[in-house]
Structure formats: structure tokens, C-alpha cells
Design a protein around this ligand. Structure first.
Ligand SMILES: O=C(O)CCC(=O)C(=O)O
Ligand SMILES: [Fe+2]
Length: 397
């Protein structure tokens, strides 16, 4: 388990009962499954239904005068899937390719070199992490390796007390400067771009939310992300089947990455890159990839273009927006069948999250992590995350 993605076993959302039936822009909305069925497409080769994300072009997104509230609501609102993607971001395709191509090299470094990149103090939330997190089954996750770093700040604070209290946020990056020097440049470049575009998404999210609730201009999502020193990038490498003890015979939907909601504010996601023996290939199994659980408890496979950046909502935004923007339960399914043998997957997530002292006021009725958070609790983001980490880290022993 890592700090950025905590499993939500019941997947009940915070605001399931109160605001889900209320939309801002469509006073009498069609049921969410109607919206969803409009966008269902079936891949020719497979019977697995996939939904395309709502897509906004970069040129529309960067124009602050364009009102994108309806698109934001369609993607992130109570009846949306909780994901949307941005197309045509200048420079993005090559930055994505540069970084994702390095994940195989990182994962193949000698064990001693990877050990030097580990940081137990931050519960492996900086540097290399493999086999430290638990899968839903309770077994250690040997299926993927992750590399975590803050792409914006190498050292978010020099205050010793803060570093000790919140090691997973306030710690320092650990770059493989001699073993793989290209990683730092590629990681920072992609992370910074996804943050910049994420800030534009956040601007339009605020505009949408402010139509429904009184919002202090300085406390919106954009401002929270702009002033945060805690953003965290995760380069993920899913090992090919035969290197992970053949565990890919698990054909459940969450066979590669368990069901969870990200607990920060906004997550930027690249489209996964598949390779066999070092050569990039299209995904050999149409059923493999990202799945989302909808507000009406349907499980759907979600697709977006290779050169689009996808954004998902995290728990903190759901809390701060009082449910107007809803967190996104998701998981990843591994490819199965003969064709899946030797297939690896690389991807990158940027968890945009508030600073450790951001105040979170929980609602009267808390549905998520109930056992940890009391109704109307007022915690800082740092305290909230530490509570989750304490709980899930203790599960690891
Ligand atoms: O591998 C993916 O596409 C998603 C990973 C993910 O959900 C996470 O790291 O929180
Ligand atoms: Fe996630």
C-alpha cells in the first residue's frame, strides 16, 4: 500500500446519498446509465464494452473565457465516470514516450542499485518500491515496481520537524544519478507538464463548482494545487507474466492493480505502454487496462487516446467540493491468454495533492474510511494521510 492510493473495499463514496442526485447544470438529469450507454463502444475484437472518456482539447482548456462547466460535469460530476482526458497537449507525446521507455531499464537495474533507491522511512513513498505493498488477496505485490518522486521540488522543506512528521511528503527525492541519469530529467519534464495542464483542468473545475456552492476564490482546487509542495509522481512498471511467478493467471478485473480511489486532489494519468521483448506492441488483450466503477455500480473498461492525458478526481477534492466532484474508484486488469506472455506495461501517474497543512472538513455523514474518520472531523491533509498510512501500513507486517 502506498500513500497515494488506498484501497476502498466497499467503494462507497463520501457523498453517495446527498449530492449524487443533484447536478448543477442539468436540473433534471437523465440517469447516469443513460449518459454512459451513449458513449459505450465495443471493440471489434472483443466483447468487452469500453467507455471513451469525455475529451477536451488543449486549446479549449487553456482559454479561460470558454465555459467548460458542462464538460467538467459530464466527466467529473455526480453522473460522470470520474475521468476526462485532454487531447493535443503540445510536447506531450514525446515526453510520455521518453519517460515510459525508461521504466524497463529502471526495473532491470541490478538488485543492489535498486536497493540504494529504497526509502523505508517514507514507507517507500520516495524512490523504488517493489514487493512492499499488499494486494487485495493479502499477498505482497510482486506484479509491479514503482518509482516515486516529487517532480517539482527535490526538497519540499528543510524543516526537520516536518520531515520527521510527514516523511512521505516532506522527504527528498532519490534519483539514480549514476545508474540511470536520464530518469530525473524525463520524470521532471513529464510531471511538470501534467501539473501545468492539471492546473488548467482545476481552473475549470472551480468554475463548475462555484456555480453550485459558495467558494472562496483562494481556496479552490486550482489554488490548492498551485500552492502545494507535495505533488508526487509514480512511474509504474508491470512485470511480464513469466517474471512474476506466473501470477497473471488471475483473471479478475483487478488482477494488476487493486480497486482503490486515489486520496489526493487530482490524478493525471498517461495511457499505458505495452512491450514484448523490448518492442512496443498494441495491448494483446482488449479486456486488459483501466477499469472504473460508476456511480451506479457498473464496472466499465475506460479507454482514452495514447496521446491524451487523463485526469481523475481524488478523495480530497470530493471532500472539499462537498461532492460536486466525485472521487473515482478504479483498478487495472492484466492481459490474459497465450498472447499475454512476456508482455510488460509502463505508465505514469501524477498525484496532485494539497500541502500537509490543508484543512479538510469532513461532512456529517462519512462513507469512506469510516473506521478512521469521525463525522464532521477537521483534519489537515497531512493528518488524514498519516491515519490512512498507519492503518494500511500496519496491514503489511
Ligand atoms: O496503472 C494504471 O494505469 C493506474 C495506476 C493507479 O491507479 C495508481 O497508481 O494509483
Ligand atoms: Fe490510482
Amino acid at each position: 500500500m502506498t500513500l497515494t492510493s488506498i484501497p476502498s473495499k466497499s467503494l462507497s463514496l463520501l457523498y453517495k446519498t446527498s449530492l449524487v442526485s443533484q447536478t448543477l447544470l442539468n436540473p433534471s438529469p437523465s440517469p447516469s446509465n443513460q449518459i454512459i450507454s451513449r458513449r459505450i463502444t465495443c471493440h471489434q475484437m472483443s466483447s468487452v464494452p469500453s467507455l471513451r472518456t469525455v475529451t477536451i482539447s488543449y486549446s479549449d482548456l487553456k482559454d479561460k473565457n470558454t465555459d467548460l462547466s458542462a464538460r467538467i460535469e459530464e466527466g467529473f460530476g455526480p453522473h460522470g465516470l470520474g475521468i476526462l482526458s485532454i487531447s493535443d497537449v503540445p510536447g506531450y507525446p514525446s515526453l510520455r514516450r521518453n519517460l515510459l521507455s525508461l521504466s524497463t531499464r529502471l526495473a532491470s537495474l541490478p538488485e543492489e542499485a535498486k536497493k540504494e533507491l529504497e526509502d523505508p522511512r517514507s514507507r517507500y513513498n520516495f524512490g523504488w518500491s517493489h514487493g512492499k505493498e499488499k494486494l487485495e488477496s493479502g499477498k505482497l505485490d510482486m506484479l509491479k515496481g514503482s518509482y516515486y518522486a516529487n517532480p517539482i521540488l527535490d526538497l519540499p522543506t528543510s524543516e526537520k520537524q516536518l520531515i520527521e512528521r510527514y516523511p512521505s511528503y516532506c522527504g527528498s527525492n532519490i534519483w539514480p544519478r549514476s545508474a540511470l541519469p536520464e530518469l530525473e530529467v524525463a520524470f521532471k519534464a513529464l510531471g511538470k507538464l501534467i501539473l501545468d495542464v492539471g492546473l488548467m483542468v482545476a481552473y475549470h473545475c472551480d468554475r463548475y463548482v462555484s456555480k453550485g456552492m459558495n467558494m472562496d476564490k483562494n481556496r479552490g482546487l486550482e489554488q490548492i494545487l498551485l500552492s502545494s509542495r507535495c505533488h508526487k509522481g509514480r512511474l509504474l512498471y508491470y512485470f511480464p507474466a513469466q517474471q512474476s511467478n506466473g501470477v497473471h493467471d488471475d483473471d479478475s478485473i483487478s488482477s494488476w492493480c487493486g480497486w482503490h480511489t486515489d486520496h489526493g486532489s487530482l490524478t493525471g494519468l498517461t495511457c499505458g505502454m505495452f512491450k514484448r521483448e523490448g518492442v512496443e506492441i498494441p495491448c494483446p488483450d482488449n479486456a486488459a487496462g483501466l477499469y472504473i466503477r460508476t456511480r451506479t455500480d457498473q464496472i466499465v473498461k475506460v479507454v482514452f487516446e495514447e496521446n491524451d492525458i487523463a485526469y481523475q478526481i481524488g478523495e480530497t477534492t470530493e471532500i472539499l467540493s462537498r461532492g460536486y466532484l466525485c472521487a473515482t474508484p478504479h483498478c487495472v486488469r492484466a492481459p490474459t491468454g497465450e498472447e499475454a506472455s512476456g508482455v510488460e506495461r509502463s505508465t505514469f501517474a501524477l498525484f496532485m495533492q494539497p500541502d500537509w497543512d490543508q484543512k479538510l472538513n469532513f461532512p456529517d455523514e462519512v462513507h469512506i474510511h469510516k473506521e478512521l474518520i469521525s463525522s464532521n472531523a477537521a483534519l489537515t491533509f497531512g493528518e488524514y494521510s498519516e491515519k490512512l498510512l498507519d492503518k494500511y501500513y500496519h496491514m503489511k507486517s
